[in-house]
Each structure stands twice: as C-alpha cells, then as structure tokens.
Design a protein around this ligand. Structure first.
Ligand code: ADP
Length: 202
C-alpha cells in the first residue's frame, strides 16, 4: 500500500496562502506543567492577535482529547501519539497560513523535538511556561494534583510521571513572576523580533 502513495505537489504554495492573509504563519508551542498557565496565556494571546486582525487557531491538548485524540490515554506511547497528531495538524494550519497556538503539557523532550523537526527554523517557537511545581499544585485549578496525590491519577505529570524541561526554549515564562499581560508582551516582542508580527503598528 505505502509504495503506491505518491506525493502531490500543490499549485498554491504555503507562501501564496500566507500572502493573502498578510501574515507570517508559525507554530507557538506552549509546554509546561498542569496549572502552569498555558491555557490562560494561550487564550489571552489568541484574543490579542485576533483583535489586531491576525488569523489564528488554538490547539488545546485537553480539548483535542474530546475528538481527534479521544482514543488516546496518558501512557508515554499515547502521549507521544497525542503530540505527533497535534504537531501534524499544526503543520497543516501553518501551511494554510495560520498562526497556530498549541497548548499542552508535552512533558518529554523527544516528543517536542519530533514536532520541532516538522517545521523550519523560524516557524517553531517553543514557549516554556516554567511555573514551579509547588505553585502549580497550590493553584490546582482543575483539582487534578489533589487527585494525583491520593493515587487517583497515575502518570500525572510532576507527581507520578516526569516533566523534562526544555533545554533551549525560544521563550521562558514563570507565571509566578509575570502576570498575564506581561507574558503576552514577552511573546509578542519575540514574534516581532522574528518578524512574524510587524514591528510597528500592531
Ligand atoms: P494549564 O493550561 O497550564 O494547565 P491553566 O491556564 O488552566 O494552566 O491554569 C492556570 C491557573 O493559574 C489559572 O487558574 C490562572 O487563573 C492562574 N494564574 C495565576 N497567575 C497566572 C499568570 N500570571 N499566568 C497564567 N495563569 C495564572
């Protein structure tokens, strides 16, 4: 079967698609512990970009488990597959000219590298939300740490399963130090530095 598949070259290129939107697409990958602030920042960032007329999509790890990834659990293999699929979906959106914001724990280095390798150098921006475990656990917005501590959630990242810190993330934000508006400012200034957003006007 595989041998009979032939790659089809498209007439309209990713650049053509991005050009009619007047924007440079990219994949912003927010990684960090549960409760670190990924979804909060992803939402605020998307609102900011949308307000200025940029075309975005938000790929939220939890939400995608209700559909695309509903057959997957939290074993290391399933987490890898979850990340692979979100990476591939993100790539399709980037090829469509869209600014993609992905928000998922993605605890393992090799899985994040696999996704990074799908993109060209300036297209992939890893945003490490580095809020310390103790702070995430005290926030416990979904009550998951409490459940994990009493053994109700095996493999919970930070408790029963490791989180491997990014080595060279493009952006690192500890939300115990920076509030949401400052976090958005940090991301936006990196996007401007990479010429993904225009440096003036927006
Ligand atoms: P995650 O998506 O990483 O699991 P959430 O965004 O769902 O995390 O939850 C983070 C919690 O921390 C929210 O209740 C949010 O209101 C709170 N919080 C407090 N300070 C910040 C901050 N500076 N940035 C982001 N979230 C914060």
């Amino acid at each position: 079967m595989e041998n009979n598949i032939v790659w089809l070259n498209h007439k309209v290129t990713p650049e053509d698609r991005a050009n009619i939107k007047n924007q440079k697409p990219c994949m912003l990958w927010l990684t960090g512990l549960s409760g670190s602030g990924k979804s909060t920042i992803a939402n605020a960032l998307e609102s900011y970009l949308n307000q200025y007329g940029f075309h975005t999509v938000l790929l939220d790890g939890d939400n995608l488990r209700f559909g695309l990834n509903k057959d997957l659990g939290f074993s290391p293999e399933d987490r890898s597959e979850n990340i692979r699929r979100i990476g591939e979906v993100g790539k399709l959106f980037v090829e469509a000219g869209v600014i993609v914001i992905a928000s998922l724990i993605s605890p393992f280095l090799k899985d994040r590298k696999m996704v990074r390798d799908l993109f060209s150098e300036n297209e992939f921006i890893e945003v490490y939300i580095s809020t310390p475990l103790g702070v995430c656990e005290s926030r416990d917005p979904k009550g998951l740490y409490k459940k994990a501590r009493i053994g109700e959630i095996p493999n919970f990242t930070g408790i029963g399963s490791p989180y491997e810190e990014p080595v060279n993330p493009e952006i690192k934000i500890d939300t115990n130090i920076y509030d949401v508006p400052s976090s958005i400012e940090m991301i936006v200034s990196e996007l401007k530095a990479k010429a993904i957003l225009p440096s003036k006007g927006k």
